[in-house]
Design a binder for this molecule. Structure first.
Ligand code: ZN
Length: 151
């Protein structure tokens, strides 16, 4: 990855960490899940308003490192308004991206700003930070009660 792109990606992460989108609680959510990454200490709660297979609203709260917060912020922005199936598809694409399964020069236009996490694949500990919100969102979607953990 060239230096200019790397700096741009860094800017997006810092921006979403400083001013996270959808950082609030949804009262009476239809789904709720907690996520915890013990390696870094990231804690996230995901709230969903889920009706007729559609994610009408999604938000998060909690505390964590810049990567985990920026990922939750971008994830909620991307997932809001999607169907459960669309959200699952994006989850798998994102997961393949951060775990390096898409290769060296992946075609990730469909992932939009999520591309900023392309670089974390080189840092296994950071992969957990970046995926925490996503695993937690999937648990919420599935209606799973147990806490999502990256371990
Ligand atoms: Zn973290």
């Amino acid at each position: 990855m060239d230096q200019e792109l790397r700096e741009l990606y860094q800017q997006v992460i810092l921006d979403h960490n400083k001013a996270p989108r959808n950082f609030r609680k949804i009262e009476n959510p239809s789904r709720f899940a907690e996520g915890y990454n013990p390696l870094c200490g990231d804690h996230l709660d995901i709230y969903l308003r889920f009706d007729n297979g559609n994610i009408n609203d999604i938000s998060f709260q909690g505390s964590g490192c810049a990567i985990s917060k920026a990922s939750a912020s971008l994830m909620t922005s991307m997932i809001k308004g999607k169907t459960k199936e669309e959200a699952e598809k994006i989850f798998h694409r994102f997961h393949d991206l951060v775990t390096g399964k898409l290769g060296d020069n992946p075609d990730i236009e469909d992932l939009g700003k999520l591309a900023v996490f392309a670089g974390v694949r080189d840092f296994p500990a950071r992969v957990k930070c970046a995926s925490l919100a996503w695993h937690t969102m999937m648990n919420a979607l599935e209606g799973k009660q147990e806490k999502a953990t990256t371990e």
